[in-house]
Design a protein around this ligand. Structure first.
Ligand code: F6P
Length: 414
């Protein structure tokens, strides 16, 4: 509903992100249905209310015929979304390759891919070319849709080239760029072959934002050390042009969660849960099934807990909701198998004929089920995270003040 309601505001805001807040899922040869996209970016931006907001982004499927594109464009328009259609090869090289296999691990301090370094080096250039091409395709759509006075807000590591492409179209466009992941130390950014081009492209924006002061500081250091530019208290200066750089910690629409707790369907689900797990302590993990979320580590820690505390057997249960993500990337496929194997082993070791210690689900939950689940103890154990919004959602749902949140030390809480 947040997307379809009439907006009373006059200032138009064009949010440009790789993924739209709704993703199209193929149902038949030519039919799609739209479902809300999973992830921090969507949760955070649902709280942006003071603008007449439109989204521009990739609809999440490959649609290459004109009729299909036209039909999907129409359906998305009702959600205030404008699609950028990318073909399969571009998605493979730009999204699966450069974004998810190179930038994502690097920005989360996992380094550049180690396996078969030479093959990576060979494919690197073609992936980077696809990345620039994809960013240009986003810019083409924004430019078509842009009206004078619009604010254009570009998001995340997928679109670091976009500010540059947009300013080449129109130097008067007001452009902001915000990163939803950590920005790593300049010592790490230095290892990226395309380090300078990316920094220069981002600096074309008027305002560059990060979740924390540390990420902003790393970015400014990278610009001074790698590009030799001048850092000022307000940002980075290049030949008299100042790009403002600052920290804008993102949050969630907490009212949406608080209101949901009052709904009869949420209360019913809470009761169902209490009955289902009566007499057992419930621990909850909700994460995208991503290498940075520390899911195998969390499950192994739970196994160690059961090993060391036999009196807890049968009295504690871990519900792990692992939302599948980036399923075409080999690293994510490996992670899924690894998690399944560990869960199977632990349930085999500690399960009984009537109960298992881990309930593992490879799927997302609807909003109401999520709110009902947040009444327990949550474990958020990321190895590194830009700004973990599951922790915020959990806190927003603590009307009864009975929940406990256990966080790994790398999580930023403001
Ligand atoms: O944290 C970075 C981010 O882009 C989030 O904003 C988003 O929640 C998540 O990754 C989703 O990733 P993807 O679009 O690849 O599924």
């Amino acid at each position: 509903r947040a997307f379809t309601e009439e907006q009373p505001f006059r200032q138009r805001l064009l949010v440009v992100a790789n993924r739209l807040p709704v993703s199209a899922v193929r149902e038949g040869v030519d039919s799609y249905h739209l479902e809300i996209s999973v992830g921090g970016l969507v949760s955070a931006l649902l709280g942006v209310k003071e603008f007449d907001t439109r989204w521009i982004g990739w609809p999440g499927v490959n649609v290459n015929d004109d009729a299909g594109q036209e039909a999907l464009t129409k359906a998305l328009a009702e959600m205030r979304c404008v699609p950028v259609f990318l073909d399969e090869d571009i998605v493979n090289q730009y999204y699966n390759g450069y974004c998810n296999n190179i930038l994502w691990p690097l920005f989360h301090y996992l380094g550049l891919p180690h396996e078969d370094r030479l093959a990576t080096t060979r494919s690197f250039q073609s992936q980077f070319d696809a990345y620039k091409k994809a960013n240009q395709m986003f810019a083409d759509v924004v430019n078509k849709y842009y009206e004078e006075g619009d604010i254009v807000w570009c998001h995340d590591y997928h679109l670091m080239f976009l500010p540059k492409c947009l300013k080449e179209y129109n130097s008067n466009m007001k452009v902001g760029w915000f990163l939803h992941t950590p920005f790593p130390s300049s010592e790490l950014h230095r290892t990226l072959p395309s380090r300078s081009e990316l920094l220069r492209a981002v600096l074309a924006a008027d305002l560059v934002g990060f979740h924390t002061y540390d990420y902003a500081r790393h970015f400014v250091s990278a610009c001074t050390r790698i590009l030799g530019l001048e850092g000022t208290p307000d940002g980075v200066e290049d030949q008299g042009k100042l790009t403002r750089v600052a920290a804008f910690p993102i949050g969630i629409d907490s009212e949406r969660f608080i209101r949901a707790l009052e709904l009869p369907e949420v209360q019913d689900r809470m009761k169902e849960m209490q009955e289902r797990f009566a007499g057992r302590k419930v621990m909850l993990g909700i994460d995208r099934l991503d290498m940075i979320k520390g899911i195998p580590q969390k499950i192994l820690a739970f196994e160690q807990f059961l090993e060391e505390n036999p009196h807890w057997h049968d009295k504690v249960v871990l519900l792990q909701i692992a939302v599948p993500t980036r399923t075409d990337c080999p690293e994510y496929q490996k992670l899924t198998s690894q998690v399944h194997e560990i869960v199977g082993r632990i349930n085999g070791r500690f399960g009984t004929l009537t109960a298992v210690p881990i309930h593992h689900l490879d799927r997302s939950l609807d909003f109401h089920a999520l709110c009902a689940l947040y009444a327990v103890t949550a474990l958020v154990t990321s190895l590194r995270d830009g700004m973990n919004l599951v922790s915020y959602e959990f806190v927003a749902c603590q009307a009864s003040k009975k929940g406990v949140l256990i966080l790994s030390e790398v999580i930023h809480i403001l």
